[in-house]
Design a protein around this ligand. Structure first.
Ligand code: TRP
Length: 340
């Protein structure tokens, strides 16, 4: 077994994102920023899981374009290819190969109990529901187990998928002998919880009905300022109206939390500087732009230099394959597959 990190005492941590649309401020402050901070503490692997996106893809060109954009964004926000392993899932064929093994290790009943499948298939009721949407957790189990992953930082919506991965690993190890490292779901380093600027009771998301509530990292500065100026607040007035209280003042608190996250302070500390919503909105937009401007610049540079992007992704794919191929071979050997 050759594992480049075998001698490292850092935990192997895997986080993945599907290339299914533009990256927004919620993704950045909630996930990408903590990933960037964690890359030196951990042996970090970050996958752009394009095969997962195929579960809901029916047009040519879309996934590849989204994958290259997400890769440029990963590097633009500061993931360092010399430190973290950044790869595109389809560049590492071992994902498909171990994915099949996992489909045969997880039962139909277990897959049927996945709440994400039930939710997603219900939402697509009139639409095409692919078999892949159902077997998706088996592919995700392969993603995780291939890298001898110790920790997977996930939100609540993904915990069940980590549980099924652990169950699959245990079952496989029991059937065929010690093969896989048991991964653990960990609560991600606290990123900011960013809500929609138009409906602060729901998370900022790409599926917002209008784009007005969602700030994309590639939005031009004018659009960003406009979205902040139009952010929904409340009708309280007076010098005390700017305070952090998620229950009673969700809109104002969201602005305070965003402002605090991009200036590395607490929402309470930010609230003390403002007495009026208008001033808070403008200052928050400006503070966000101070962070987004350099990201957008690096992103545009990389998108114009596809050769460089391809080079960076090749480094990641080679490193990822080095680990993944060894794990797949271990699994095949322990099953006792006929060697090629
Ligand atoms: N299922 C995850 C999501 O929808 C994405 C994902 C795929 C993933 N493979 C993974 C996350 C492996 C962590 C580890 O967000």
């Amino acid at each position: 077994m050759t594992d480049p990190a075998a001698s490292s005492t850092k935990p192997r941590v895997l986080s993945c994102m599907q290339p299914t649309g533009d990256v927004h401020l919620g993704n950045y402050l909630g996930a990408l920023q903590p990933w960037v901070a964690g890359q030196h503490r951990n042996d970090a692997f970050h996958g752009i899981v394009d095969l997962h996106a195929l579960t809901v893809t029916d047009k040519p060109g879309v996934v590849g374009q989204a994958a290259v954009e997400l890769a440029a964004m990963f590097f633009a926000v500061g993931l360092d290819p010399d430190v973290a392993t950044v790869f595109v899932q389809s560049h590492v064929p071992e994902h498909n190969q171990l994915g099949w093994v996992m489909e045969c290790t997880i039962s139909f009943g277990e897959l049927s109990r996945m709440t994400q499948f039930k939710d997603k298939s219900a939402k697509r009721e009139q639409d095409f529901i692919s078999g892949g949407l159902f077997t998706y957790p088996a592919l995700q189990a392969a993603d995780i187990l291939l890298y001898d992953t110790n920790q997977v930082p996930v939100g609540d919506d993904q915990r069940q998928h980590i549980e099924i991965t652990r169950d699959a690993a245990l079952r496989f190890n029991h059937r065929f002998g010690e093969t896989f490292v048991l991964p653990e779901a960990v609560t991600p380093a606290a990123g900011a919880r960013v809500m929609s600027l138009q409906d602060p009771s729901s998370k900022m998301s790409k599926s917002d009905d209008s784009d007005a509530g969602c700030v994309y990292l590639t939005d031009d500065p004018k659009a960003v300022m406009k979205k902040f100026k139009r952010a929904v607040t409340d009708s309280e007035t007076g010098p005390d109206s700017v305070r952090f209280d998620r229950e009673i003042k969700p809109g104002v608190s969201n602005l305070l939390e965003i402002h605090a996250a991009v200036t590395d302070r607490t929402p309470q500390a930010v609230s003390e500087e403002f007495e009026q919503y208008g001033a808070l909105k403008v200052a928050t937009g400006e503070a966000v732009l101070a962070v987004l401007d350099p990201i957008r610049e690096r992103y545009n540079e990389l998108m114009e230099d596809r050769g460089e992007l391809a080079r960076l992704l090749k480094i990641g794919a080679e490193r990822a394959r080095g680990v993944a191929a060894a794990t797949l071979e271990r699994a095949y050997t322990n099953i006792g597959m006929l060697p090629a």
